[in-house]
Design a binder for this molecule. Structure first.
Ligand SMILES: *Cc1c(COP(=O)(O)O)cnc(C)c1O
Length: 437
């Protein structure tokens, strides 16, 4: 049981404010630009979709533009942060966030590109072993990657891509169903590839157990951490995960389309014989500029890099990861649990005061099965409530047919944000009901 489960929450503005007062991370909100709606700061609950900009981001990007203007190509060596090894800034900070060694992580490309590149190395199907096991309703881009990878290797996706679905009447997956599906397909499984946190339901999967089950049938275990990184506690190395990838613009606040990241376990990353699609930036550094024939991979995750560092995007990433480092992951996780616990409490409180249930929370209620995000299945008047939220300065996310996703994040959301969000829902429900009676 986490702290949040022991807390006696109250659904009042005073209580929310008292939690904000005690919050050791309360000053971090001032490090971000909060979008303005109707002349005042909005209640921003879509940090799971596009994280907010830190106030230092512009300076960091402008620094690189200035160095480019004044130095031209010499900036590769003489910029304040030399561009040639720019990506080497990141492993220290990211290894903390992802839970891995520094040689297991690299920042490059974008998420779907990296997913494909990793599958090039770790989905090499044979006639006997060719299946990919994944969650039903994986993010569409991931579904397209699985489908087209299977086809690329000459397999029928209907046969090769196995989706684990929720049980009858349920919204989230049971770990035992995931495990039994892996066991059932046994040595026909080439790869088990799950999200860390499902983007739709907000369910956090049991990464360690899924990895063990994949290894038990001789398959690789990979994870798409888009909704997990910068959100939940991760120990990719200790959990023995083979590989993972993520984007940086959601919880990692590194800007739209920002440069992405990859983790590869060192037992694999150090094996330069593993097939891959290569480029010059993955080439052994000592001899890279001899530009000789024959690719020689760097024996770390860097060996999967193709291109030189996209410095402008990386400058924004650097600004954001510094803020994470200053906050500290322990403090972030502690606040995340309290904050999302409070959101669950507020929504349950609203539900309990209605004659009929109007909101079904489809995100698991157990703290170790979720992160920041709460997905609300709106049983009645969903669109109306969502529209009202928007006109009252809340930025949330609507998913057809009737789900509202919200994610209070520990770096810049407050307990008051959560209370005000609940208050708006409650007022809207009361308004709808009085107009119906
Ligand atoms: C956000 C997200 C993506 C987006 O992919 P891009 O290549 O960054 O456009 C892919 N997969 C998952 C699971 C996501 O959550």
């Amino acid at each position: 049981m986490g702290l949040a489960n022991k807390m006696n929450y109250q659904n009042t503005s005073e209580f929310a404010k008292s939690l904000d007062e005690k919050d050791p991370l309360k000053h971090f909100r001032d490090m971000f630009y909060i979008p303005i709606m109707f002349g005042k700061e909005c209640i921003y609950l879509t940090g799971n979709s596009l994280g907010l900009q830190t106030k230092r981001t512009q300076d960091y990007v402008v620094d690189e533009l200035e160095d480019w203007a004044s130095l031209g190509v010499e900036g590769h060596f003489h910029a304040r942060n030399p561009w040639l090894p720019y990506h080497e800034i990141f492993p220290k900070q990211l290894s903390n966030i992802v839970g891995c060694k520094e040689n297991e992580v690299v920042v490059m490309n974008s998420l779907t590109v990296n997913l494909h590149l990793l599958m090039v190395s770790f989905y090499r199907p044979t006639k006997q072993r060719y299946k990919i096991i994944c969650e039903a309703k994986a993010f569409p881009s991931d579904q397209y990657a699985f489908e087209t990878q299977a086809k690329y290797h000459g397999f029928d996706p209907k046969d090769a891509v196995i989706e684990v679905s929720p049980g009858e009447g349920e919204h989230t997956l049971r770990t035992e169903d995931i495990i039994s599906t892996i066991k059932k397909h046994g040595d026909s499984v080439a790869l088990v590839l799950f999200g860390g946190v499902n983007y739709y339901t907000g369910q956090l999967f049991d990464i360690k157990t899924i990895t063990e089950a994949a290894h038990a049938v001789g398959a690789y275990a990979g994870f798409d951490l888009a909704h997990a990184v910068g959100n939940v506690e991760l120990h990719m190395h200790d959990w023995n995960v083979d590989f993972a990838c993520w984007c940086s613009y959601k919880y990692l606040n590194s800007g739209p389309g920002g440069v992405a990241g990859v983790y590869i376990h060192e037992k694999l990353a150090s094996d330069t014989s593993i097939p891959r699609f290569a480029g010059w930036w993955g080439y052994t550094k000592e001899t890279r500029f001899k530009m000789g024939k024959g690719f020689e991979a760097i024996p770390t995750a860097e060996g999967w890099q193709l291109s030189n560092a996209p410095v402008l995007s990386m400058a924004a990433h650097k600004a954001s990861l510094e803020v994470f480092e200053e906050a500290g992951m322990d403090k972030l996780h502690a606040k995340r649990k309290l904050l999302s616990g409070y959101l669950h409490f507020v929504l349950n409180d609203i539900n309990s005061r209605q004659q009929e249930k109007l909101i079904e929370i489809i995100t698991p209620s157990k703290e170790n099965e979720r992160g920041c995000q709460v997905s609300m299945l709106m049983l009645k008047n969903g669109k109306e409530i969502f529209t009202e939220l928007t006109t009252r300065g809340v930025i949330a996310d609507w998913r057809e047919p009737n789900v509202i996703r919200v994610a209070p994040v520990p770096l810049y959301n407050s307990f008051e944000d959560v209370w005000r969000f609940g208050h708006i829902i409650k007022t809207t429900l009361n308004k709808i009901q009085s107009s119906q009676s």
